[in-house]
Design a protein around this ligand. Sequence first.
Ligand code: FES
Length: 105
Amino acid sequence: AKITYIEHDGTEHQVEVADGLSVMEGAVRNLIPGIDADCGGACACATCHVYVDEAWREKTGTRSAMEESMLDFADGVEDNSRLSCQIKVTADLDGLIVRTPEYQG
Ligand code: FES
């Protein structure tokens, strides 16, 4: 699926991410800045925090309870905040837009 990652400063990166990977893996493989993913996708670090574009919130689903509690450790959490390692890429997500926070920590 084609995914657009938008950096905090507005820089856009449109990349092709294979189905089955996570939105976090797509970012790391394409060297998108702003996603650190310290835990490697185990839902245990919150440094893969992204903001899902409003138009895509329904398709990307809802946070799991574990994701919800990890997000407590992220800065600047909004209603559309997700951990990108918990969003699995499928053909349905072709065109997905996510924004990365200014920094992760
Ligand atoms: Fe650590 Fe997503 S990569 S919570």
